[in-house]
Design a protein around this ligand. Structure first.
Ligand code: NAD
Ligand code: MG
Length: 359
C-alpha cells in the first residue's frame, strides 16, 4: 500500500492506494472519530462493495443511503435524502459520512457532509478510475442545478481517501478508458516523464494490470495533491487541471446529455487544445502526433462530433467559468509536461482549430 499526503495545514489528509484495502478495518477505524456512521452509495455499487465496507464497521451505529445510479440524480433533491436519514437517525455533529462510489456519489456525499450541521467528517472511497485519480482528491463537492452542472457546491476536504485498485475489476472498459483521459492529462500539464511512462504502458493499463494501474493512480494523485496543496480554491495553478475541458464541456453539451462520457469529451478537447497550442507556436507537429496517438491507443475518441460546427463551439465555449468579460480563455500546452495558466486566445487561431482539426 502507498500513502500520499494532501498538505493543507490542519486540513491535511492521506490518500491510501493499493490492493485489498476495503478489508483493512484499521484504515477505516483510524479516520472515524465517532460511533455514528452513514454510508452513502448507489444501487450499482451497493451489491458489489457495501458489505465489504460494512464489515469494517462492526460495533458502530451504521445507517446506509442507497441512491439511484446516474448523473441526473446528482441534485439537491437527492442530497436531501441523505439529510433525511441523518436527522431521522438523530446523528450528531461528530457523525462520519462514508462516500462509496464514483464521482457522482463522492461529490454528493462530500456536499452532504459539508452541509449537515455545518460540517461533519467524511471519508472518500472512490470506485471508478476517474474518482480515484481526480474527483475524490481536492475537496470539490457539489451537485448540479437545472441551469448548470456543478453549480451548487462547497470546497470541503475529506478525512482520507481510500483508493482500492481491486474495485476497478468490475468497472466496464468504457469507464476505465474515460478515467485514463484524466490520467493522461496529468502527464501533459506537469509531468513529461509520466507521459512517457503512459506511452509505454497504456496496453498494460487497458489490460488492467494491477501494478500498472496502482502506479498510474499513484502518479496521478501525487500530481493532483501537489496542485491542490498549492492552490486549494483555484485562484491559480489549479486551473491547469482544466486542460481540454472547455472544448470538452462544449462537446458534452453540444452532443446532448449522455452521448459522451466526460473523459471521452476531454480526450477530444485535449487534442483540440494541442492543435491550438501548435498554432501558437508552442508544440511541434511531432508533439501533437504523440498526444493524439496516446489517446487513440487508450481507446478514446479524438475527433469532435460533426454536428458541432465551429460557430456552435464558439457559442458553447462562451459560457465557461474561466472566461473574463466575455473573452474565451483556455489552458494550452507550452510543451508536453507544461501547461499555461488560462490565456486569452486569438479568435482566428481558435477558429482555424475548430474548422480544421479532425474535420
Ligand atoms: P459515476 O460516479 O457516474 O460512475 C460511473 C458509473 O460506474 C456509474 O454507473 C457507477 O454506478 C458505476 N460504478 C462505479 N464504480 C463501479 C465499480 N467499481 N464497478 C462497477 N461499476 C461502478 O462517474 P465518474 O466518472 O466516477 O464521476 C463523474 C462525476 O464526477 C461527475 O458528476 C463529475 O462532475 C464529477 N467530478 C468531480 C470532480 C471533483 O473534483 N469533485 C472531478 C471530476 C469529476
Ligand atoms: Mg475532468
Amino acid at each position: 500500500m502507498k500513502k500520499l499526503l494532501v498538505e493543507l495545514g490542519d486540513r491535511s489528509y492521506p490518500i491510501y492506494i493499493g490492493s485489498d484495502l476495503l478489508s483493512q478495518s484499521e484504515l477505516f477505524i483510524k479516520h472515524i472519530k465517532s460511533k455514528q456512521v452513514v454510508v452513502v452509495t448507489n444501487e450499482t455499487i451497493a451489491p458489489l462493495y457495501l458489505n465489504a465496507v460494512l464489515k469494517n464497521l462492526q460495533g458502530y451505529t451504521v445507517e446506509t443511503v442507497i441512491l439511484p445510479d446516474g448523473e441526473q440524480f446528482k441534485t439537491l433533491d437527492f442530497v436531501t435524502q441523505i439529510f433525511d436519514k441523518l436527522l431521522a437517525s438523530k446523528f450528531s455533529r461528530n457523525a462520519t459520512l462514508i462516500a462509496l462510489g464514483g464521482g457522482v456519489i463522492g461529490d454528493m456525499g462530500g456536499f452532504a457532509a459539508a452541509c449537515y450541521q455545518r460540517g461533519i467528517p467524511f471519508l472518500q472511497i472512490p470506485t471508478t478510475l476517474l474518482a480515484q485519480v481526480d474527483s475524490s482528491v481536492g475537496g470539490k463537492t457539489g451537485v448540479n442545478h437545472p441551469l448548470g452542472k456543478n453549480m451548487i457546491g462547497a470546497f470541503y476536504q475529506p478525512q482520507c481517501v481510500i483508493a482500492d485498485a481491486d474495485v476497478l475489476d468490475t468497472l466496464d472498459d468504457r469507464q476505465l478508458a474515460a478515467g485514463l483521459a484524466e490520467v493522461i492529462k496529468y502527464g501533459l500539464i506537469r509531468d513529461a516523464e509520466f507521459f512517457e511512462w503512459l506511452e509505454n504502458n497504456i496496453g498494460a493499463l487497458l489490460a488492467r494490470d494491477k501494478q500498472a494501474l496502482a502506479y498510474a493512480i499513484e502518479q496521478s494523485c501525487i500530481n493532483k495533491a501537489e496542485i491542490v496543496g498549492e492552490d486549494e480554491t483555484e485562484t491559480g495553478v489549479r486551473a491547469t487541471l482544466n486542460l481540454g475541458h472547455t472544448f470538452g464541456h462544449a462537446i458534452e453539451t453540444g452532443a446532448g446529455y449522455g452521448k459522451y462520457l466526460h473523459g471521452e469529451a476531454v480526450a477530444i478537447g485535449t487534442c483540440q487544445a494541442a492543435d491550438l497550442s501548435r498554432r501558437k507556436g508552442w508544440l511541434n507537429d511531432e508533439d501533437v502526433a504523440r498526444i493524439i496517438a496516446l489517446f487513440k491507443k487508450a481507446k478514446l475518441p479524438i475527433v469532435p462530433p460533426e454536428q458541432i460546427d465551429s460557430d456552435r463551439f464558439l457559442e458553447l465555449m462562451a459560457v465557461d467559468k474561466k472566461n473574463v468579460d466575455g473573452q474565451i480563455r483556455l489552458i494550452l500546452l507550452q510543451k508536453i509536461g507544461m501547461a499555461t495558466l488560462p490565456v486569452d486566445v486569438d479568435q482566428d487561431l481558435l477558429e482555424m482549430t475548430l474548422k480544421t482539426y479532425g474535420r
